[in-house]
Ligand binder design. Structure first.
Ligand code: NAD
Length: 503
C-alpha cells in the first residue's frame, strides 16, 4: 500500500512495542482516576490486554469541569483572536498526520478494525476535521441587522462554555474529532469521554493537543464506563452542552440528564437502519452490488449509517443478489494488521454475542444466503463472517432493529410507492442510498426519504463540507460542515440605541 509497509510481521512487532498511555488527561496533564480505579483495554482480535486505563468517575468529571471552567473564564482560548485558534488547530492536524502510523495501530488494536482503513481513512480523516474547523474559525462573520439609523443591532456568536463530548467505539478518533474540533474552534473548553472499549487514541490526542499549544484545562479526556463517567457529564451543572454519538437508548438518557440538571443543550447522533434501494434501470448493477456490500460490511458493519436494509426491485432481484454474494467475498475476515484482510474483528465478545443473537433470529425468520457464523476462533478474537439474509419480511426483527454488525437483510419490491413506504417505516432516519438512472425518480426519492442524507448512485457519501446526522430517533443535530459550529455557539443580540447627529 502506498507509503505504508505491507509487512504484517513488521506491524505486529511495532504493535508489541507500543506503550499506550492509560491515564486520564485533566488540566494539561496525565493523571490516574481519583479513586485509583482502572480497567483492562482488550484487543478484540486476540482477546489480549493491551493497556490498563483509568476508570474515571464523578470526582474526575468534577475535576475536569473545574479545569475547563477556569480555562474558559481565563479567556486565553475562549476570547483569543480566532486566528490563534486556527494556528493551533492546524498544528494539531499536522501532528495527527505525523503520527498516522502510531495512531492507526492504536486504533486497530483497540477496536479490531482493519489497520488499512485506520491508516487511510480514520486517522487522515480525523486530521482533516481539525484542519477544516481550524481553517474556518477565523472566517465566520457575525451579523449586523438593518434596524435604521437610530440603533446598531448585531448578532454575534459566542462559545457556549464547557462542552462534554461522549463518543462511541466504532470510529473512536474520528467521532472525537467530529465533536471536539468545531467545539474547540468556536472557543469552548471540552471534556471528551471516549467509549470504554476504545480510549487509546483519544488519550494520545490529548497529548498531541497539548503539544500543539492548546492551553491547560481547555481539552480534557476522561476514559471510563458509561454510567460512571458519562452519567456525571450528562448531569453536571458546570457543563453547558453535550455532543453525543452513540445508541438511541443512551442518547435518550442524555436528554433526561439534561432535564434533571441544568437543561444543557444536548446534540445527539444516534442509531440507524439505512435503506439501499435498487431500481431496475440502474446503469451498472455490478457497481451497485459492490457498493451494497461496502455499505454493510465496511468496518464490520459497525457503522451508524450502514445500509443494513437492501430493497431490490423484483425484476432484477435474482441477478442483483448473485452479484452481491460475489461482492461480499471481498470482506472475508482476517488479521486486522494484515493489510490484505477483508474485514476486521468485532469490537468485543459482548457485541459479537449480540450480533449472533440477531443471526439466530434471522435464521428463524428469513433465508440465510451466506455467512451466519463466527470464524477464526483459533485467534482468540471475535470475528463474524459477512452475513446476508434473503426473503426478509420488512417487519422482521432483523429488518427493523439496529444490529450494528455485518448482517444484511435483502427484500424485494414492485413499485416506487411501496419501497418509499417500506424505507420510511423505521424509527430511524440517518441515511439512504438510491440507485437509478432516471433523474426524476432520483429527485423524487431523495425528497421522499425521511433521512438526514441521501446518496444517489453512491453509498454513504460523507464529506467534511456537508452535514452528517439524522432525523427521527437517529438524532437531532448535525456533525461536520460549517453548520457544526451552530451546536457549540450561542447567538447574542446586542441593541445599541444611538443618539445625536445622523441618528
Ligand atoms: P453507546 O450508546 O452504548 O455508548 C456511547 C457512549 O455513551 C460511550 O462513550 C458510552 O460509554 C456512553 N454511555 C453508555 N451508557 C451510558 C450511560 N448510562 N450514561 C452516560 N453515558 C453512557 O453506543 P456504542 O455501543 O458505543 O456505539 C454504537 C452506537 O453508536 C450505535 O447505535 C450507532 O448507530 C451509534 N453511532 C451513531 C453515529 C451517528 O453519527 N449517528 C455514529 C457512530 C455510531
Amino acid at each position: 500500500m502506498k507509503d505504508h509497509s505491507t509487512d504484517t510481521s513488521a506491524w505486529t512487532a511495532r504493535a508489541a512495542a507500543l506503550q499506550p498511555s492509560g491515564k486520564a488527561f485533566i488540566d494539561g496533564r496525565p493523571v490516574a482516576a481519583a479513586d485509583g480505579q482502572s480497567f483492562d483495554c482488550i484487543n478484540p482480535a486476540t482477546g489480549q490486554v493491551i493497556a490498563k486505563v483509568a476508570a474515571c468517575g464523578a470526582e474526575d468529571v468534577d475535576r475536569a469541569v473545574k479545569a475547563a471552567r477556569r480555562s474558559f473564564a481565563a479567556g486565553s482560548w475562549s476570547r483569543c483572536d480566532p486566528s490563534e485558534r486556527r494556528k493551533v488547530l492546524i498544528r494539531l492536524a499536522d501532528l495527527i498526520e505525523g503520527a498516522t502510523e502510531e495512531l492507526a495501530l492504536l486504533e486497530s488494536l483497540d477496536t479490531g478494525k482493519l489497520l488499512r482503513d485506520a491508516l487511510t481513512l480514520d486517522i487522515p480523516g480525523s486530521a482533516a476535521v481539525f484542519r477544516f474547523f481550524g481553517e474556518a474559525c477565523d472566517k465566520l462573520l457575525d451579523e449586523v441587522v438593518p434596524v435604521g439609523s437610530r440603533a446598531l443591532a448585531t448578532i454575534t456568536r459566542e462559545p457556549v462554555g464547557v462542552v462534554g463530548a461522549v463518543v462511541p467505539w466504532n470510529f473512536p478518533l474520528k467521532m472525537a474529532a467530529w465533536k471536539c474540533a468545531p467545539a474547540l474552534a468556536a472557543g469552548n473548553s471540552v471534556i471528551l469521554k471516549p467509549a470504554e472499549q476504545s480510549p487509546l487514541t483519544a488519550l494520545r490526542l490529548a497529548e498531541l493537543a497539548a503539544e500543539a499549544g492548546i492551553p491547560d484545562g481547555v481539552f480534557n479526556v476522561l476514559p471510563g464506563f458509561g454510567p460512571e463517567a458519562g452519567g456525571p457529564i450528562g448531569l453536571h451543572p458546570g457543563i453547558d452542552c453535550v455532543g453525543f454519538t452513540g445508541s438511541t437508548e443512551i442518547g435518550k438518557k442524555f436528554m433526561i440528564y439534561a432535564g434533571q440538571s441544568n437543561m444543557k443543550r444536548v446534540w445527539l447522533e444516534c442509531g440507524g437502519k439505512s435503506a439501499f434501494v435498487v431500481f431496475p434501470d440502474t446503469k451498472d448493477l455490478a457497481a451497485a452490488a459492490k457498493a451494497a456490500a461496502a455499505g454493510i460490511f465496511f468496518n464490520q458493519g459497525e457503522v451508524c449509517s450502514a445500509t443494513s436494509r437492501l430493497f431490490v426491485h423484483r425484476d432484477v432481484a435474482d441477478e442483483f443478489t448473485a452479484l452481491l454474494l460475489e461482492a461480499s467475498q471481498a470482506y472475508r475476515p482476517g488479521n486486522p494488521l494484515d493489510l490484505s484482510s477483508g474485514m476486521g474483528a468485532m469490537i468485543s465478545e459482548e457485541q459479537t454475542a449480540r450480533v449472533m443473537g440477531y443471526v439466530d433470529k434471522g435464521r428463524a425468520e428469513a433465508d440465510l444466503l451466506t455467512g451466519g457464523t463466527r470464524v477464526l476462533a483459533e485467534t482468540g478474537g471475535s470475528f463474524i463472517a459477512p452475513t446476508i439474509f434473503g426473503n426478509v419480511d420488512p417487519k422482521a426483527v432483523i429488518a427493523t432493529e439496529e444490529i450494528f454488525g455485518p448482517v444484511l437483510s435483502v427484500m424485494s419490491f414492485a413499485t416506487e410507492a411501496e419501497v418509499v413506504a417500506a424505507a420510511n417505516a423505521s424509527i430511524y432516519g440517518l441515511g439512504a442510498s438510491v440507485w437509478t438512472s432516471d433523474l426524476d425518480r432520483a429527485v423524487r426519492l431523495s425528497r421522499a426519504m425521511q433521512v438526514g442524507s441521501v446518496s444517489v448512485n453512491a453509498v454513504d457519501n460523507v464529506d467534511l463540507r456537508t452535514p452528517f446526522g439524522g432525523v427521527k430517533q437517529s438524532g437531532n443535530g448535525r456533525d461536520l460542515s460549517l453548520h457544526a459550529f451552530e451546536k457549540y455557539c450561542d447567538l447574542k443580540t446586542t441593541w445599541i440605541a444611538l443618539q445625536g447627529e445622523g441618528a
